[in-house]
Design a protein around this ligand. Structure first.
Ligand code: CTP
Length: 509
């Protein structure tokens, strides 16, 4: 059985395991082993390749009432590997398109080799298996010890190592992966691949492979621009090799600048994710508009009316729709979170700007209005900062109502095929949400209780600003109540439901 790395489990799982081990007088390692090899596992072997990551955060494990994870029917060896590999595949990384895939990483000898340590970490925390190969020159820059420790795998270096050849062999190394990544790809190694040389382990594997090859070049700008290197790049491209970078900037050598810097680890991770993304894309060819975050309605140059919306739910929905293949325009108010990479972001401040941006993005097949649009704005924004005026209280603020963007879409001549609104309520959630469904002419309303004492979230801080949500989906035909989930899970489930509904609509006779 694969090894169990308890220290890499998340805190909640670790605590649950600790309590259970203490109760049974066993070590945590022993307890985990027993959990994973529970007897009721054999008759129902399932493959974990596509098992949901939630498996590792199963409520039984989280609540402390641990029952054998294997009782869910998963193969024990694979489950142990997954637990070991889970490391910190936290919610943030769950659903990485290349999770579970195998990357053979060839590290060649360049100063940028140090970035590979981070690259390995980032890939592993996203559930990618990394098998490292180092050229002799790479040993001059980083040690096999650190590479092997981060990859949790043996580092292969020598073509003529008898032990390695008996163990795996260079042909198996070349074939047992989904993608080969060469980072940094030096001028020398690229020249070798372009000319079919095979005089060390790295070049031999690269010649023997039938898998796609991704090169992340790194070299001095003069070497990059040299006609010989450029010739080799053309050859490699026509042979089907893929490239990420290099980027322009300062070189490690002092005083040198230009094109030749290896791409940053996260850029490489993203390209790997895209290349290995084999998930179905039911929303391919569909266009979606998503609004997210709060709006800020200025009072004077330094003050504004706003609300507590963080944008987490809206951004997660935009990302989940894009993951299913939709072209997504995310219209976002001011937020402190990163925009998903795979969407077109339109940043706005006010409700009126949001309305203009949404209407400019029409026509669309799907619109999900998640933004907590400020209902009112100040009449006549002051040009200068408003002063206290000799200790007198604030002058009263005159407000006017903002345009209702969702309602506007509901009545629009280019109304999206599927129009979804949110209802943020603190009381009578269903009643208010149903009224919004009718009034705004939406197809669905996703209703959530945003009161601070809703009991939602690990520290029960409520939905707004938190990472969890419990929603009800109201349609003209009924109400569906979902359990408390993370916002990412809500987003994925909603995106799938949107895809299913559009498919049913398009195939209905
Ligand atoms: N919405 C909108 N434009 C507005 C106000 C709300 O597009 N000016 C959208 C929100 O994005 C959400 C839905 O309408 O999809 C409901 O928003 P919510 O704030 O819950 O309700 P309001 O319409 O603002 O009504 P109330 O404040 O009375 O609850």
């Amino acid at each position: 059985m694969a090894s169990i790395t308890i220290r890499n489990l998340d805190e909640t799982a670790k605590q649950a395991l600790r309590e259970r081990a203490a109760k049974n007088g066993r070590s945590m390692e022993e307890e985990a082993r027993l959990l994973l090899t529970a007897p009721n596992l054999a008759p129902r072997r399932k493959t974990l390749t596509n098992a949901p990551i939630e498996l590792l955060h199963h409520p039984n494990l989280e609540s402390g009432e641990v029952q054998p994870l294997s009782s869910m029917g998963y193969d024990s060896d694979e489950l142990a590997t997954k637990v070991s590999l889970s490391r910190s595949i936290t919610e943030e990384f769950a659903g990485f398109p290349a999770a579970g895939k195998r990357v053979l990483l060839i590290i060649s000898g360049g100063i940028a080799a140090y970035k590979c340590l981070d690259l390995i970490r980032r890939l592993r925390e996203r559930g990618v298996h990394v098998r490292p190969v180092m050229t002799k020159a790479a040993h001059e820059f980083i040690t096999p010890l650190s590479v092997g420790a981060l990859a949790a795998d043996k580092v292969y270096s020598d073509l003529f190592d008898r032990e390695d050849e008996q163990d795996v062999g260079h042909i198996r190394l070349a074939r047992e992966c989904d993608l080969m990544v060469v980072a940094p790809a030096t001028a020398d190694l690229m020249a070798k691949i372009a000319n079919g040389l095979a005089n060390d382990l790295a070049s031999t594997i690269l010649l023997a492979t039938n898998k796609p090859i991704l090169l992340a070049p790194a070299m001095n700008p003069a070497m990059w621009e040299h006609p010989a290197t450029q010739r080799n790049i053309q050859t490699l491209k026509s042979d089907g090799c893929l490239f990420v970078g290099p980027s322009a900037g300062e070189m490690a050598e002092s005083g040198e600048a230009g094109t030749g810097r290896m791409s940053e680890p996260m850029e490489i991770v993203e390209v790997i994710g895209n290349l290995l993304d084999t998930r179905p894309k039911p929303l391919l060819g569909k266009r979606a508009i998503v609004t997210s975050g709060p709006t800020h309605e200025p009072i004077d140059p330094v003050r504004y009316i706003a609300n507590r919306s963080s944008g987490k739910q809206g951004h997660a929905i935009a990302s989940a729709l894009a993951d299913l293949g939709a072209e997504v325009i995310l219209v976002s108010g001011p937020v402190n979170i990163a925009a998903p990479k795979n969407v077109e972001l339109v940043k706005v401040e006010t409700a009126r700007q949001m309305q203009i941006a949404v209407e400019a993005a029409l026509p669309a097949d799907i619109a999900v209005m998640v933004a907590a649009v400020a209902d009112w704005r100040s009449v006549g924004e002051a040009k200068e900062k408003m002063k206290k005026e000799n200790g007198k209280g604030p002058s009263s603020l005159k407000l006017t109502e903002n345009p209702d963007i969702l309602k506007g879409l509901g009545h629009h001549k280019n109304r999206p095929t599927l129009l979804i609104g949110f209802a943020a309520e603190t009381q009578n959630v269903e009643k208010h949400a149903l009224a919004k469904l009718e009034k705004k002419k939406a197809d669905w309303i996703v209703a959530n209780d945003v009161s601070v004492d809703s009991g939602i979230g690990k520290n029960k801080g409520g939905v707004m600003g938190g990472d969890r949500n419990r929603v009800k989906i109201l349609t003209k035909v009924g109400i569906e109540s979902w359990p408390e989930l993370t916002k990412t899970q809500v987003a994925k489930r909603l995106a799938q439901q949107i895809a299913d509904t559009l498919f049913t609509k398009s195939t209905a006779v």
